[in-house]
Ligand binder design. Sequence first.
Ligand code: F6R
Length: 245
Amino acid sequence: MAIDLIIVDNYEELSQRAADIIASCVEADPACTLGLATGTSPIGLYAKLVEKCQAGEISFKDVTTFNLDEYRGLNPEHNQSYRYFMNHHLFDKVDINKEATHVPDGADPDAEHACAIYEQLIERNGGIDLQLLGLGHNGHIGFNEPQDDFPAKTHLVQLTQRTIEANSRLFDSIDDVPREAYTMGIGTIMAARSILLVATGSSKAQIVHDVMYGLVTPQVPASILKFHPNVTIIVDKEAGALCQQ
Ligand code: F6R
């Protein structure tokens, strides 16, 4: 049940190690299903995967993907939508079949429908083999913010002020940041057969420590990963500064 914590020297090494783990999953099963994340942390590893694919070392042609989350109210073409991010950093640069890439439908105003459809799609696909995660400063994974329980399924969330502020760096103004999102639930994430979380920088040191050694509580959503049988966390030395190795 222990989390496998890997502390590396820098972001470059983190990106390489994480890309290698994902590439191994694809090599072992070329028709595997990957759960993917957006945010700053995975950009380097996506670039490594693009390099590997363009060098002919791996192929995504039979891979299926499900992203963790999407802002509600943004069209896929919006340059801050998570669909746009994924196209830009990965899907448009590798040989993946776009039809097999899934992101919750942020343009669907019917939250119940959008979330139920997404959950069904994951289930019908046979679940997720490897789920990639970033880590919020408050311990959020996907858009599962600290709260009183662990939400099980894909659902609508109201973003916290802290997350809105953190994400505002990517928008023209803070008023443009959507206030709501659709996200896989903690149950959806925990059902993945393996999980890979990446975190970088000194601002993540405390939360990485709390996830590794703190109590399991929905106030630190990622703390539940301790109950998953197959989790790897890769951090750079700044983010791992408060962890023993
Ligand atoms: C992204 C996501 C978020 C981020 C988290 C960390 O799809 O679900 O949970 O992983 O906010 O973001 P960065 O990597 O930008 O620090």
